[in-house]
Design a protein. Sequence first.
Length: 301
Amino acid sequence: MTRAPLVARRAEALLGRPVVSTAPVAGGDIATAHRLRLNDGTTALMKTLPHPPAGFFEAEARGLQWLREVEDGVPVAEVLAVDTDCIVVRWIEPGRATQEAASDFGVRLARTHAAGASAYGAVGSSDGAHTDGFIGRLPMPNRTAPTWAEFYATRRVLPYLKLARDRGAILEDDAAAVEGLVGRLGDLVPEEGPARLHGDLWNGNCLWGFDGQVHLIDPAAHGGHRETDLAMLALFGLPHLARTTAAYVETTPLADGWEERQSIHQIFPLLVHACMFGGGYGARAGAAARRFSGPGGTLAP
């Protein structure tokens, strides 16, 4: 057994228990991760980041705990400790991605969404409560709004469109297409009560556990439109996605046209990726907006 002294001592100070061994874990592109074995047999994952943005790990812990509150919802990583520079969660033993687990995920995701939020942007149980979070390394504003259209426009699309422009990550024609869509969001997407969202729901944040269930990690949690989580799964892919969405819709039906509307919800993560990575993400955001450039905001031919 190996033991990285600095990692072990930091974990012991937070957990109040001896760490028997540590091992680096690959896969994260922001924080450094280690698997910990404690003297009582507990296995945990510790993520560290020197000099993170203020509130970075605290926001992650808050989102995990909020999602875990849902009875029979999607299993969520259990927070064991958190501090300004790190977070420790209970280890999730990896397993296989099966069709049965995908169907179970769809049912449980519907329950998590149905638990709701007090307002668009809210995180927590208090009426109107919100706390700004993070999406990747980027700050994520969560100030509440009375409608989803206003929230999505002013807290999700426009801040990252401005940042993408400032970083030269989107061409002006693509930015204009996104801006042209913003004012029509209320007509294009049916309004519903705020759902309890993971907020960064791509395959890398869905762990297929040895217990036959999908577990969620690394949320950008907030109250939002439930189609948003499903759209992000479709954007970046998930094993057996069709089984997941079928089980979801059977549990809690979605308004007609939800599959066509996915590109609207995908504009936000595409802009985030444009800000962080550049590449063709800005062009993809523009293309997604142009899909609804037909008369009255209909799908363009």
